[in-house]
Design a protein around this ligand. Structure first.
Ligand code: PGA
Length: 248
């Protein structure tokens, strides 16, 4: 049986006080979670989160990193800095980074490589836009996004990574992919990896992301190739997030 991972992506939300309240409530209810659980927070709060979550069942991570190790890169944050704050995970290639900050497949692959070189587990986000889905190129797009990482780091790198399939049209829109739509893309991803390395394919965690809520998590996570979720809006509400963690 593959493990499942439910990761909260807080995006640019939170304050010290809100984080304290949210994490306190999550910790109080996390005992019987079926999934492994993590929260991915904005950089300035990683120290707070490390202080609060060290020694608990909750892991944590960041939402982005630099592809560079150190140097004159004003405003950037390196993988080793994330290590200093105990991060286990880092999201790379989120569709908001790709769309709003121009991150290319190649740049995302460099960030993935930098994360792994520092011992972090990258959560590699892939997914098509609505126009791409309607143009029947979902598999080409997702395949191309994954190929960039395979070309740079090889299939064996996926033994220490997570893939999150997040259709862009489902992120933050309230429109969730149907279980069948999501499963079809997850099966495509796993099949693509299986053609290269069946052991890696069998153990790879492939999360679904895009308007996951307590009300739809069970049917999504019961699909054979969906191994938990990357949760945006619902991760900011402890009750909702805990209900999702208990499904997975
Ligand atoms: P959402 O975001 O759950 O709010 O749709 C998911 C994500 O962007 O990771």
């Amino acid at each position: 049986m593959r493990r499942t991972l439910v990761a909260g992506n807080w995006k640019m939300h939170g304050t010290l006080a809100e984080n304290e309240a949210l994490l306190t409530a999550i910790l109080a209810g996390i005992g019987d979670a079926k999934a492994q659980v993590a929260v991915c927070a904005p950089y300035p709060y990683l120290a707070q989160i490390q202080g609060k979550l060290t020694g608990t069942a909750l892991a944590w991570g960041a939402q982005n990193l630099s592809q560079y190790g150190k140097g004159a890169y004003t405003g950037e944050v390196s993988a080793s800095m994330l290590n200093d704050f105990g991060c286990k995970y880092v999201i790379v290639g989120h569709s908001e980074r790709r769309a709003l900050y121009g991150e290319s497949d190649e740049l995302v692959a460099e960030k993935y490589a930098a994360a792994q070189a520092a011992g972090l587990t990258p959560i590699l986000c892939v997914g098509e836009t609505l126009a791409e889905r309607e143009g029947n190129v979902t598999e080409q797009v997702v395949g191309r996004q994954i190929d960039a990482v395979l070309n740079k780091c090889g299939v064996s790198s996926l033994a220490k990574a997570v893939i999150a399939y997040e259709p862009v049209w489902a992120i933050g829109t309230g429109v969730t992919a149907s279980p069948e739509q999501a499963q079809a893309v997850h099966a495509f991803i796993r099949g693509k990896i299986r053609a290269l390395d069946s052991a890696v394919a069998d153990s790879l965690i492939i999360q679904y992301g895009g308007s996951v809520k307590a009300a739809n998590a069970a049917v999504l996570f019961s699909q054979p190739d969906i191994d938990g979720g990357l949760i945006g809006g619902a991760a900011l509400n402890a009750e909702e997030f805990l209900a999702i963690c208990k499904v997975g």
